[in-house]
Design a protein around this ligand. Structure first.
Ligand code: SF4
Length: 773
């Protein structure tokens, strides 16, 4: 007999759930007031009055047994009858009229409790009372249920339990159908690419044993299909509420998943692809509680869910269309659909960011899940952002001034905070520095910030500056709760402002904690060196590891190093002419499309000003500009990869350095100028110091690995498919040094980094391959 155990609220939601969308988080201070209100309301009750009494009942229907548990606010046996009391606190002037839908919910809850108590005491008279306790006036309104209402409990319980079981049956039937269909799931191509089968079997093994997997596999191996196959198959043996999350930071990443799923048209899998809130939100400055797209939200969603489930593959466009039909918020519809889905495609932040993480999956309602983390090397930087926070003096001072008239007591809180910053400013000045590292936050500051958040929540005051400040404060307070040795706390003068920073140096432990017990598969073309990524991505100690070589023919690739070039900051100006000349010579050997990657825009501009005079006749020169938007980027990409001969100058690690696919003739060569080390900055220095103290090499972790990651990613633009042919040229003598060489991917090293007569070698390469590209 299938047995289901649920709480009474879950049962009531079948019929008495909210109508409109509400995203207002109840501040802990407000919840605390509610708890206190319960105590105040019952402080004069007689000694026999019992508080928080657990209660349970069950419903059997056919083979199904539903157990429902709850907790009654107050129970009192007067001898004559048993009184069941539910207490609700409010600040509303007339709670009976103001909250009809809440009242309905609370009345139904009371009726069920009275019914449960009556079942346990069949010979006793049971009375039921709903008490509204006013938090400000400390007055109570008591509503005693009549006998007819109390007697309706059995019918209500039957109705709700029957409906709940009906829905649960449908859900389980669907899961059974899904699981049966997954049995027929096969690798969708006639043969595996080299390494692909190994990736499938290692992923299946990792999921079977619940171990993390670090999978490094070059572009072109077909990672997405090789990971989705075992991950989706894992669902068949997993608990009913299990899900697979495909986490990707790029639109291109999610499109590949959607395309891949089309290879299995017969599986009964429901997939939801989530879009960022800012892309979907029609009222970005509005608030969700008062948004017209939140009206009657839940009733409309309930109507849509069967259609969504039937559609199976819910792309952002489709969700947007469905939302439009019912006039509801597409973002929130996407989230609701995700609760029903088997596979969710989303950005990293939905699983990891403490501000955005989907609580329904990873927070209060933890579910068994597998996280497939695409291009996982990017999660290091993203993780640092997710677990960092800051607060600026200017905003605090502005709010102190703004609130003076409207709310003097709140204004005084901002003044108090501002005085701490004034003191810090004096210290910065006295030390003649723009940055100051703090050992810890001043004593009492976290408590002050919590009190401030409480007072803002209770004040009811609203303004755009305050809204923006609250967003920052909430993040700041959440990061304060997570502060540990992975963080550095420092002050910084930024323009005219003084900013207090909580900077996350090592996101690994926090990323691991945030995903709870979910198994993670980290995969990328660049996960070397392993210890660095395992530490910074939060891989568990028990893990599987896989590193696969490029599946593409080695004769299609040529890696060349041109000696005699220095690109260090001090030396670079002397080499601008040489670099311009080398680029011109390289691209002259074979007309086509090339990109030269530089460490900065300034560097790129200097070389561009010389290259324009050296360019072979029919070449077009294109430059990446700082701050390009999506359209400008697309436009440049089209020109750069279009017909004819084009040379683009771009910045390593920028818009054109990663996440853009330029297969075939769209790109036949890259020239990489320098090892792409990050600029020396207070944050990079903090990273260096932290890892030095942890007995790792600080320079390696803060500069060398991030720099060489950019190099490898930039070079990787050339080889996207088995037929791609092209050259990668490295310019800088440091590439020959041991520390740098070790970070060049193994397959480059295996194939040899050519260092002799480079021009001759490039010429031969193209002679061997001409006509084939
Ligand atoms: S459209 Fe925007 S404001 Fe409206 S409910 Fe959706 S996310 Fe909230």
């Amino acid at each position: 007999m299938p047995e289901i155990a649920i709480g009474v609220r879950e049962l009531l939601a079948v019929k008495f759930g909210p109508r409109n969308l509400s995203r207002t988080m109840t501040h802990p201070a407000v919840m605390q007031q509610g708890i206190q209100g319960h105590k105040d309301a019952t402080k004069n009750r007689p000694p026999e009055y019992q508080r928080e009494v657990p209660v349970e009942s069950g419903w059997v229907e056919g083979a199904w047994h539903l157990r429902v548990r709850g907790r009654i606010d107050g129970l009192m046996d007067t001898g004559e009858y048993i009184l069941v009391e539910e207490i609700k606190t409010t600040r509303a002037e007339d709670p009976l009229n103001l909250l009809p839908e809440h009242n309905q919910f609370y009345l139904a809850q009371l009726i069920l409790y009275a019914y449960f108590v009556a079942c346990d005491n069949p010979d006793r008279d049971v009375q039921a009372r709903l008490t509204w306790w006013h938090l400000d006036t400390e007055q109570e309104i008591q509503i005693d249920l009549d006998q007819e209402q109390i007697a309706s409990g059995e019918d209500l319980f039957r109705q709700l339990a029957t409906e709940y079981i009906r829905r649960e049956k449908l859900r389980r039937e669907r899961l059974e159908q899904r699981n049966n269909s997954l049995g027929s799931m096969e690798f969708p191509f006639s043969s595996y690419r080299p390494g692909q089968e190994e990736l499938v079997s290692t992923t299946a093994l990792a999921l079977e044993y619940g171990q993390d997997l670090m999978a490094e596999a070059a572009t072109g191996i077909g990672k997405t299909v090789a990971l989705l196959l075992p991950a989706i198959a894992w669902l068949a043996g997993a608990p009913a509420d299990a899900k697979v999350f495909f986490l990707t930071a790029k639109t291109s990443g999610r499109e590949i998943v959607l395309e891949t799923l089309k290879h299995w048209p017969d599986i009964e899998l429901v997939t939801v692809c989530l879009e960022a809130k800012e892309r979907w939100c029609t009222y970005p400055d509005g608030d969700c509680d008062n948004c017209p797209l939140g009206q009657d939200f839940y009733a409309k969603v309930a109507k849509l869910i069967p259609k969504l489930m039937a559609a199976k593959l819910l792309t952002p466009d489709l969700i947007y269309q469905f939302a439009g039909i019912e006039g509801i918020c597409p973002f929130e519809l996407g989230l609701e659909a995700a609760t029903q889905a088997d596979l969710v495609i989303a950005d990293y932040n939905y699983a990891f960011d403490p501000m955005v993480q989907l609580q329904r999956f990873f927070g209060w309602n933890k579910i068994p899940a597998v996280l497939l983390v695409d291009e996982a090397h990017n999660l290091v930087t993203r993780g640092r952002e997710m677990f960092s926070a800051d607060l600026g003096k200017k905003q605090i001072l502005d709010l102190h001034r703004e609130l003076k008239l409207f709310n003097p007591s709140l204004s005084a809180r901002f003044k108090e905070l501002n005085s701490i910053f004034i003191q810090w400013n004096k210290e910065l000045k006295a030390q003649g520095t723009r940055q100051l590292l703090l050992d810890k936050l001043p004593r009492g500051l976290p408590a002050k910030l919590n009190r401030l958040a409480e007072e803002i929540a209770l004040s009811g005051y609203d303004s755009p500056v305050l809204k923006e400040f609250i967003r920052r404060l909430v993040r700041f307070n959440r990061i304060v709760q997570r502060l540990g040795q992975e963080h550095a706390i420092y002050l910084e003068r930024q323009g005219g402002d003084t900013v207090l920073n909580l900077f996350c140096i090592n996101p690994g432990p926090l990323l691991q904690k945030q995903r709870q017990k979910c198994t993670a598969v980290f995969f990328s073309a660049t996960l070397s060196p392993g210890p660095y990524y395992r530490e910074l991505l939060g891989c568990r100690e028990e893990y599987l590891d896989l590193s696969l070589p490029s599946p593409f023919p080695r004769e299609n690739r040529l890696f060349v190093h041109i000696p005699g070039v220095k690109t260090t900051y001090a030396a670079r100006a002397s080499y601008y002419p040489a670099i311009a000349m080398y680029i011109a010579r390289i691209i002259q050997e074979q007309p086509g499309n090339y990109i030269a990657y530089f460490p900065s825009y300034a560097y790129l501009q200097e070389v561009a000003s010389l290259l324009q005079y050296e360019l072979p006749g029919d070449y077009q020169l294109h430059l990446q500009q700082s701050g390009m938007d999506i359209e400008e980027r697309q436009d440049l990409l089209q020109r750069l990869t279009g017909p004819g001969a084009n040379i683009g100058l771009a910045v390593m690690g920028g818009l054109f350095g990663e996440g853009v696919d330029m297969p075939g003739e769209m790109l036949i060569g890259t020239i990489i100028v320098g090892p792409g080390l990050p600029m020396v900055s207070p944050q990079q220095e903090l990273i260096r110091r932290y890892f030095d103290e942890q007995d790792y090499s600080g320079f390696l972790y803060s500069y060398l690995i991030p720099g060489m990651l950019r190099v490898v990613q930039s070079a990787g633009r050339v080889y996207r498919t088995p037929d791609d042919k092209g050259v990668v040229v490295l310019l800088d003598d440091r590439f020959r040094q041991e520390g740098y060489r070790q970070l060049i991917p193994q397959y480059w090293q295996d194939e040899g980094l050519f260092t002799g007569n480079w021009l001759q070698r490039i010429r031969e390469f193209w002679e061997e391959n001409t006509g084939d590209i």
